[in-house]
Design a protein around this ligand. Sequence first.
Ligand SMILES: [Zn+2]
Length: 287
Amino acid sequence: MPELPEVETIARSLRPALEGRGVVSLEVRHAGAVRGGLDADMLLRSLPGRSLLAVRRRAKLMLLECSGDLILAFHLKMTGRLHLPAPEEAPDKHTHLIFHLDDGTRLFFMDVRKFGYCAAFTEAQLQAFPFYASLGPEPLDTAPEALARRLDGRRGRIKALLLDQTVLAGVGNIYADEALFRAGLRPDAPAQALSAPQKLRLMTQVREVLQEGIDCCGASIRNYVNARGDAGAFQNTFNVYGRAGQPCPRCAAPLVKVTVAGRTSTFCQECQQGGGGGAGGGGMAPG
Ligand SMILES: [Zn+2]
């Protein structure tokens, strides 16, 4: 699933092509791709003639702000893509929505597995959309001290809290594993076992790893590319994510896997002892 850096990279690649353009028409090839405030029929009627004012990102959501108080919120989920095709490129069977713009540009919303969606809202509806309303702060716009305080009094494994979009927004499996490695914390450490300096170090690393991900234009695993089809490069700098059984880049011990919050987590038992072991972490079964 694209995480904050990947969605941010897509937003940056969309902005110059979309902002200021008018929507001429919309083709809905799979009505299930449209959810939320307006159904596909209503969107078909109401979108043409509007201008695209701004491309924004909130957490892992891509927001296209249209004139006349309409916001299109795209969640790409596992395999969704927002794609600016070349002029001669034909839509394939996974292209569910096609936006035709006034300069001839087309925007494809594509999704092989169909978990992603485009939801149309007024600003007030968006603010009231339960998923949107529950989102925690943007990590890159929030001081690490304030992010660390979000963990105070929370129960649960630290990685589960990093993945919880109500605690902080935009972090998924990749950036959680990488931040925990850099902070020297076990993914299955109970949050209550972490000291204030450990929480602060973790949130500092979360911010750094997300920023590095953006600087690398995201991590291209599975099918992630930006709207122009360009791959990111952050996957080339992974320390632990997806590297179980390979040597730790810091100490060379084999990296191990543990399941936290239903997600595979890879970590180094030597370098990531914070919050676990003697502190009463318990319950971990490497391998
Ligand atoms: Zn190590």
